[in-house]
Design a protein around this ligand. Structure first.
Ligand code: XMP
Ligand code: MG
Length: 187
């Protein structure tokens, strides 16, 4: 992976070429499901902004796009609290909805998001996530579309951050153990 960006505190895990190939395959899968009725795509900010941009273009469906933002981790540890910071701006009642996540870890954030959207009475909610931490998952809603299953390590790049850093990395990397332990403020 010599040609890929290296960073002192990260180790490359999934190359941008593998991501590109997998996003194309996922888009084909998703297209079959929504051929009759394009969904409202609800991207979960901030981490999914790179994935949703690639996925939407690969999908080639006339989807509309909404953003939702909920509170998330400080450092690499979960604070447990999930507050809504930005809600969808259009009416999704009776609509097909595709939630797009960067990563589903314990699945608790996703449960919360799906609960919030369900209250708006859409026709159906499906979930696409680029990354799925199978070993950590204990949620009620399992994503129907999964890009890659990853281990328990904290990952960054391709939109995913560690305290706001590394979102720009074109590949997905594992954050170093020392840094992923987070700042003293998390503990
Ligand atoms: P849960 O545990 O609720 O976590 O499924 C979901 C949110 O936590 C963040 N998260 C990560 N972010 N690398 C990241 O950059 C990771 O390895 C990671 N694990 C969890 C992310 O915001 C996700 O939506
Ligand atoms: Mg997220």
């Amino acid at each position: 992976m010599n040609e890929h960006v290296r960073h002192a505190n990260t180790v490359p895990l999934i190359s941008k070429e593998r991501i590109e190939e997998r996003v194309r395959a996922l888009a084909l899968e998703i297209r079959q499901v929504y051929a009759a009725e394009p969904p409202v795509v609800v991207a979960v900010l901030k981490g999914s902004f790179v994935f949703v941009a690639d996925l939407l273009r690969a999908l080639g469906l006339d989807c509309s796009l909404e953003f939702i933002s909920v509170g998330s981790y400080v450092g690499a540890k979960s604070s447990g609290a999930v507050e809504i910071k930005l809600d969808v701006s259009s009416d999704i009642e009776g609509r097909e909805v595709l939630v797009v996540e960067d990563i589903v870890d314990s699945g608790l954030t996703l449960d919360h998001i799906v609960g919030l959207l369900q209250a708006k009475r859409p026709k159906r909610i499906m979930v696409a996530t680029l990354l799925f931490k199978a070993s950590a998952f204990r949620g009620a809603v399992k994503p129907q579309f999964i890009g890659f299953e990853v281990g328990p390590e904290f990952v960054v790049g391709y939109g995913l951050d560690l305290d706001g850093r590394y979102r720009w990395l074109p590949d997905i990397h594992v954050a170093s153990e020392v840094e992923a332990r987070g700042s003293p403020a998390d503990k």
